[in-house]
Design a protein around this ligand. Structure first.
Ligand SMILES: [Zn+2]
Length: 445
């Protein structure tokens, strides 16, 4: 299995630190607002990464945090005359709802910064003790120039960064590149520390929580490409200081989702919230996975609609095959012959093995749809149909696309039998009524 490692800018063979286990961390949201469809891209993609590792037999320890103390949350709390925690709780709940909407699992460890305050403070203390950080007037800063390889992830050089940086109004810092580990503040919620009452800097939160939860370096660190600099670069700088090693072996970044070529932002006036998408979310999931994760997506309503229709087509074929086999009470059999679908299966897995190329994997999904369609129409083809359906099911599970159908109930089966009887007895009115019911349930096409 190969992964493009942003730290080395190379496609590398994946080797986990612990056999059969993948430890991964994806930067989560700052919870002061509903997430937009661009924020949903990592939520969907890294869920597929997890699913594929699990399909390969790995145990995946998936961690994604909530930044629940931040200037934006404080500003919102003040303007809405509420406590920060109330705001955070509201948007954490909304986030989980959106995660479910787009078909990703919510079963993972989601540490909140406010619950890890003592670990974060301890982490900063270690950096100060080792002279990688210094304190001025209650603030703590990280000494960037002490890190030899600073800039490796984003491909920047310290000298260029210093020349390019604006003259900082904050003259307290030794160097304009030094970033905040602890910020003294008396606005909004704050926490006691050896330096001041204040709150941690964003860049130190993730790395301190990873260290606390996993105890050391992890396999994969993920997030959106906009987090590469400075956020992930600064996480690496801190872990190089403390552990003499970047906190993760593989760094993965998903590309942006733009709307009509523009970044989704309030200032551009173009934001589509996940909760406001008025379509089948599986169609949206299919849309985001149809582009390689490292490439940008240029969102348009038309493209979304075409993927919603495409999903509808996929689901229809799946449903027809499923109920044909269910009616024949054939679903529990074990097909012996997979020869017709072997190539499709291999190509799908090959695509996933090559840096999670979901775009190519979806081409194979479409091939299995085509084949299943043929088998549904063939007579006496229950075994090849079941073989196709099993592979179809595996593809959908890996991509996290849920057709949302289950076996026929007794009642449905009775209606089906009544319908067959009515047809035999040429009771066409009754047959039509029953047919309608069965079509509504997706049992008949
Ligand atoms: Zn982070």
């Amino acid at each position: 299995m190969k992964i493009y490692n942003a730290l080395t800018s190379q496609l590398e063979n994946f080797k986990s630190i612990h056999a059969d286990t993948v430890n991964m961390y994806v930067c989560g949201p700052t919870v002061y607002n509903y997430i937009h469809i661009g924020n949903a891209r990592p939520v969907i993609f890294f869920d597929v990464v997890r699913r594929y590792f699990e399909f390969q037999g790995y145990t995946v320890n998936f961690v994604s945090n909530f930044t629940d103390v931040d200037d934006k949350i404080i500003t919102k709390a003040i303007s809405e005359q509420e406590q920060e925690i109330t705001i955070a709780n509201r948007f954490i709940e909304a986030f989980y709802k959106d995660v479910e909407r787009v078909g990703s699992t919510t079963q993972y460890l989601a540490p909140r910064v406010t619950e890890y305050m003592s670990s974060i403070i301890h982490y900063i203390e270690t950096l100060i003790n080792q002279d990688y950080a210094y304190t001025i007037d209650g603030d703590v800063y990280f000494r960037v120039t002490k890190i030899k390889d600073y800039g490796q992830l984003s491909g920047r050089k310290i000298d260029d960064l210093i020349h390019g940086s604006r003259i900082d109004i904050n003259t307290k810092k030794e160097n304009p590149l030094d970033f905040t580990l602890w910020k003294k503040t008396d606005i909004g919620v704050n926490y006691p520390s050896p330096w001041s009452d204040g709150r941690p800097g964003w860049h130190t939160e993730c790395v301190a929580m990873i260290k606390d939860i996993f105890g050391g370096p992890i396999d994969i660190h993920g997030g959106g490409s906009e987090l590469m600099f400075p956020h992930h670069e600064n996480e690496i700088a801190q872990s190089r200081a403390i552990d003499k090693h970047p906190i993760a072996n593989y760094w993965m970044h998903n590309g942006r989702l733009n709307i009509e070529g523009k970044k989704m932002s309030k200032s551009e006036g173009q934001i589509i919230l996940v909760k406001d998408l008025d379509v089948d979310y599986m169609g949206f999931r299919l849309y985001t996975l149809s582009t390689h994760y490292r490439s940008p997506i240029n969102y348009t309503d038309d493209a979304l609609l075409s993927y919603v229709n495409e999903w509808d087509r996929i689901k229809r074929t799946y449903t027809q095959a499923f109920y044909k086999l269910d009616l024949a009470e054939y679903l529990d059999n074990i097909p012996q012959d997979y020869s017709e679908i072997n190539t499709i299966y291999q190509e799908f897995m090959h695509a996933m093995d090559e840096d999670f190329n979901t775009a190519n994997a979806i081409t194979e999904l479409q091939n299995i749809v085509k084949l299943t369609n043929q088998k549904v129409r063939e007579k006496d083809a229950l075994e090849p149909l079941l073989a196709a359906l099993n592979v179809f099911t595996a593809f959908l599970q890996i991509l996290g696309l849920r057709p949302g159908i289950s076996r026929m109930s007794k009642a449905d089966r009775n209606i089906y039998q009544e319908w067959t009887h009515a047809r035999k007895n040429k009771d066409f009115d009754k047959a039509d009524r029953l047919r309608e019911k069965l079509t509504e349930r997706g049992i008949l096409a």
